[in-house]
Design a protein around this ligand. Structure first.
Ligand code: RNT
Ligand code: ZN
Length: 419
């Protein structure tokens, strides 16, 4: 049976459950996923030829060959990845990925001009750009404290960096006529118990207020702050905890960034969406997959991701939730890792859009728990893959497993030649 025939049959099957497949695809068509540039080179960046991730809070493991060694290779890899993902998406840059042309530019010196070639590249590729200050992999982060450092000169350095990064992001938004999201995550914390938690958090609050005192046009820039439960080397104390940033985002009217790996493993990130959106106009999600800890495994179509997308769609909040990927696995082909995570995320959104919600809600309204659960169970057997394949085909990207070979070919002809 052809893709088209399978699709027509699937439409019929969904219609019997009161679901309009064409309407769902029209919504999916507008969803933009922000791909994280840092999956392409294990969070190394281009400050020096041998830049690599260092410091507390996050960690990359693995040494699969073929990572991007410079800006051209990273762009080539990204172009390959985008060509295998249906739809028009975004790129999420970190400050260490500037086009520094071999010059040593410290973080408190980054400027929009260091990212101009990214803007040109994004324009050619029809991508919007997001941005992140990089407050790790730097000597002034090695103490474990950046914006909350007890030394005012260290705080000032990072405040300056973050302000410049927000300006760079606003420049992206203006140049590309699509708002850029700037997200701030800092590694600040400690391995063992800290006595001065209040004072440390008070210092972070002061630094943040300085950073966000810089007024930028909200049509060009959206601001998000990212909380965390614990990290490697910050097991006992994370300065920017969930409560800290929830309070901050609410009181300063910023976006809160929820990273799926940043909570207790049994805590549901999905369940936070409907609560937070009652108080915050928008959220940013870092789609990730933690295995036992914030391990940043490649995102797959698992229960957590599906539940999250269900909650976003059920809350009618696709327009209020910015979706970005955040994982880094150096144990597999990095282009393949981007594509797996992006396709899984889109598939989870599609599945949520195709949920027989009207029927399930009818049972719920009547207090019929059995009927609601039965509908949700039966929905798992609906022909999602026939709709997904049609969408991929319509968007001109490989259908089903065909994209795997495309990554293998790229590895053979391009990535394997890198030493
Ligand atoms: C770290 C945060 C943060 C980073 C990126 C590289 O735990 O998740 O978002 O992964 O900024
Ligand atoms: Zn994150």
């Amino acid at each position: 049976m052809s893709i088209q025939q399978r699709f027509e049959q699937a439409k019929q099957a969904y219609a019997e459950w009161g679901v309009d497949v064409d309407a769902a695809l029209a919504v999916l068509n507008d969803v933009q996923i922000s791909l994280h540039c840092w999956q392409g080179d294990d969070v190394g960046g281009f400050e020096t030829p041998d830049s690599s991730l260092s410091g507390g809070g996050i960690q990359v493991t693995g040494n699969y060959p073929g990572k991007a060694r410079n800006i051209d290779e990273l762009r080539g890899d990204l172009e390959k990845a985008y060509s295998l993902i249906p739809g028009q998406h975004r790129l999420n840059l970190h400050a260490i990925y500037g086009d520094f042309e071999g010059k040593k530019i410290d973080r408190d010196q980054v400027e929009p001009k260091h990212f101009r070639s990214w803007v040109d590249w994004a324009r050619v590729n029809g991508l919007a750009l997001d941005f992140n200050a990089t407050c790790f992999s730097h000597p002034l982060a090695s103490s474990g404290y950046t914006l909350s450092n007890a030394d005012p000169s260290v705080r000032e350095f990072w405040v300056e960096h973050a302000k410049r990064c927000r300006e760079i992001g606003a420049g992206f938004g203006k140049a590309l006529k699509q708002r850029s999201n700037h997200n701030l995550w800092i590694p600040d914390g400690a391995k063992d118990n800290v006595v001065s938690r209040y004072a440390t958090r008070e210092r972070l609050l002061g630094s943040l207020d300085e950073i966000y005192s810089l007024q930028l046009d909200s049509r060009n820039l959206g601001d998000a702050v990212e909380c965390k439960l614990f990290g490697i080397g910050s097991e006992a104390f994370v300065v920017g905890s969930h409560e800290f940033y929830m309070g901050y985002a609410l009181s300063r009217k910023l976006m809160l960034c929820l990273d799926m790996g940043h909570f207790h493993p049994t805590e549901s990130v999905a369940d936070k969406v409907s609560s937070l959106l009652l108080y915050l106009p928008e959220l940013l999600i870092h789609v990730s997959r933690g295995v036992r800890w914030d391990s940043d495994h490649v995102v797959t179509l698992g229960d957590d991701l599906r539940a999250l997308m269900q909650e976003i769609v059920r809350s009618d909040a696709l327009g209020k939730v910015n979706i970005a990927l955040d994982y880094f696995d150096a144990e597999m082909n990095r282009v393949g890792a981007w594509v797996i995570g992006s396709r899984a995320t889109l598939k989870a959104i599609l599945e949520a859009l195709l949920e027989p919600a009207v029927i399930a809600r009818k049972y719920e309204t009547k207090g019929q728990a059995f009927g609601r659960l039965a509908v949700l169970e039966e929905a798992k057997n609906l022909p999602l893959s026939d709709v997904w394949d049609y969408f991929c085909d319509a968007k001109g990207v490989p259908v089903g497993k065909d994209w795997i070979g495309a990554v293998e070919d790229y590895e053979k002809s391009v990535q394997s030649k890198r030493s």
